[in-house]
Design a protein. Structure first.
Length: 174
């Protein structure tokens, strides 16, 4: 079995000398402190943005999915990547979640109104799109809802050995 790019990249990162890495961290920290002291990050106009994490769960009442879909209400379901773009969402590390981000706006009454309008517009589009695909978007909480038939522990700890590198494993991967 050929090694994946992820496993090869992990090996490359692990080959970095810890001492050299720490020296670079100290140098970067010193530069950051100098720039902070010099005011490089000062901003006379505060800005605000918004990031919201969601899971996709099945909604059998509106589901059009055939194979792979779940008849169990609220079972974690995969979010097709193309659907994320249609929703105006960003991809996340997982296959069952997505994030909505708004554009940074000045922190004044107009900027806050723009944030509110953008959240409402993106969320309405996302909910309508998800509903048409037989999914519901739910707020990302403190625990993970596993796919139907799996335990949360199993879902979060499933892994595969790829040439000595442990990688997260997805039973639904094609």
């Amino acid at each position: 079995m050929a090694r994946s790019d992820v496993a090869a990249g992990t090996d490359e990162i692990l080959d970095i000398d810890p001492g050299t890495f720490q020296e670079q961290v100290r140098a970067d920290a010193a530069t950051l402190k100098q720039e902070l002291d010099a005011g490089a990050f000062d901003n006379r106009q505060g800005i605000i943005g918004f990031e919201y994490e969601f899971y996709a769960v099945s909604d059998p009442e509106t589901s059009r999915r055939g194979e792979g879909g779940s008849s169990e209400l609220g079972a974690l379901t995969r979010v097709p990547r193309g659907l994320l773009e249609l929703m105006g969402f960003e991809t996340e590390l997982g296959l069952h979640n997505a994030e909505m981000c708004t554009s940074p706006q000045p922190m004044n009454r107009h900027g806050l109104a723009a944030q509110e309008a953008e959240v409402k517009a993106r969320l309405a589009a996302a909910l309508d799109t998800a509903r048409a695909e037989g999914m519901r978007l739910v707020s990302d909480g403190l625990w993970t809802i596993p796919p139907a038939g799996e335990t949360a522990r199993g879902y979060l700890t499933d892994s595969v050995d790829d040439g000595g590198v442990t990688l997260a494993f997805d039973n639904d991967a094609e």
